[in-house]
Design a protein around this ligand. Structure first.
Ligand code: BGC
Length: 414
């Protein structure tokens, strides 16, 4: 046999013997459907495709992810879980305990996640010592957003106390401006409530109430004051608030119909997607009081069959924590990178403030998990609190009755 023919035939033999390389595939369930969110998730989709992956999109609209979680449960119960799911906080461990999450420790170890993630955040990504989720970002929840022109026109500064907030809101109402853009959905009520609670209870009180579920704090006079402030907030929203999506509330601030919104920094993603400039068109300030409420988005991989799907999960996990994605995604999303080694030069002043405040809060023990965004409590307890918050906001229930109901609901949920 000629040498060239020998080479050709051995090449054929080699090709037959070599394992077929898996083609990464992933069906991805997420709830990022607003303008800013869609731009951000598009970054992941593109990077996945550029690395040979095939992405099947499963968006489930609904801020805060309640609808997405209902869709997830249905898929898992029918034995057909999506490969990758936007999931966070203790829900990750709850799903792990159901025996349906994949172990992604091999990717985490190969990529050195332990060296580039803050220890407190890495903990959320672990299940019985294994890595079971990949973190995307750090969103801060306790922000107040404002329309710069509306504030200037009414001689109002960003409030630094809740009394100042109330004085500003009263003045705006008098001037015919809607003080607070809000959407009446349970998770948005809970978001405003936890921001008010952090401000009025302080970081220690917040932790006792919404992390430790301490009965005395839940039924304290300070908690009555939190509901009093919520009653004031109810007076600052417009009549059409029920059911409104959060991004439509952000749009009301953008177009000057409303002055303020209390929302996590995914709202900044909306302002930026609309070409608005922080410090010029809109203002960001941490809500009155100390502390920092964090909300870390992450993806968990569900047990799936087939090498292509497993390869897809591994590729996705690797890209999510990779430095390029961490930068580009978070520039669009309004959050900051979860990796400690990504430079913030290209980020705006709100993101820089978030990063500085997070470092300071971590130092002084006031870095706290958001209860409203599923970081602090398991589903049953968080749900019990939110039911009371929403029932109070949407009725004329007294603060005293709300606090009584709160303590009972939490006790019954345990
Ligand atoms: C998520 C954000 C999302 C927001 C609104 C939050 O719970 O962490 O990523 O943009 O809900 O849907």
């Amino acid at each position: 046999m000629k040498l060239s023919a020998l080479a050709a035939s051995s090449a054929v033999l080699f090709a037959l013997a070599a394992p077929v390389a898996a083609e990464p595939q992933a069906e991805v369930l997420h709830w990022w459907t607003s303008g800013g969110e869609a731009k951000a998730v598009g970054v992941l989709q593109e990077e996945f495709s550029a690395n040979g992956g095939t992405w099947t999109d499963m968006p489930v609209a609904g801020g805060g992810g309640d609808a997405a979680m209902t869709a997830l449960r249905a898929r898992v119960l029918s034995g057909n879980a999506p490969a990758a799911v936007q999931l966070k906080g203790p829900a990750i461990q709850e799903w792990y305990e159901e025996g349906v999450l994949a172990d992604i420790s091999s990717v985490a170890e190969a990529e050195g996640w332990a060296d580039v993630l803050p220890a407190s955040i890495a903990e959320h990504m672990k299940c019985e010592g294994h890595w079971c989720a990949a973190p995307v970002n750090v969103h801060r929840v306790d922000w107040i957003w404002a329309n710069a022109e509306v504030l200037a026109a009414n001689g109002i500064e960003m409030p630094t106390t809740w009394d100042e907030f109330n004085a500003a809101a009263d003045k705006l109402k008098e001037a015919g401006v809607i003080p607070l853009a809000h959407g009446g959905q349970a998770w948005q009520d809970a978001t405003v409530f936890e921001v008010v609670a952090l401000g009025l209870l302080g970081p220690d009180g917040f932790k006792k109430a919404f992390v430790d579920l301490d009965a005395d704090t839940l039924s304290s006079p300070e908690m009555v004051a939190v509901f009093d402030q919520m009653r004031k907030m109810r007076g600052y929203v417009d009549e059409n608030f029920p059911g409104r999506d959060w991004n439509l509330a952000t749009a009301m601030v953008m177009n000057g119909e409303a002055a303020f919104q209390i929302m996590g920094d995914w709202a900044k993603g909306e302002f930026l997607a609309a070409g608005k400039v922080p410090g010029e068109d809109f203002l960001c300030e941490s809500a009155p009081g100390d502390g920092y409420l964090y909300n870390v988005d992450s993806f968990a991989m569900f047990e799936v069959d087939g090498d292509d799907k497993k390869a897809g999960q591994e590729l996705l996990a690797k890209l999510i924590v990779g430095p390029n994605f961490q930068k580009v995604f978070n520039l669009n999303k309004g959050s900051i990178p979860v990796r400690t080694d990504v430079a913030l030069d290209e980020f705006d002043s709100c993101a820089k403030k978030s990063s500085e405040d997070m470092a300071a809060a971590s130092e002084n023990g006031s870095l706290l998990p958001s209860y409203a965004h599923g970081m602090a409590l398991r589903g049953a307890q968080a749900g019990a609190i939110t039911d009371v918050v929403t029932a109070h906001f949407n009725s004329d229930m007294s603060s005293e009755d709300a606090v009584k109901m709160l303590a009972e609901a939490v006790a019954n949920s345990m």
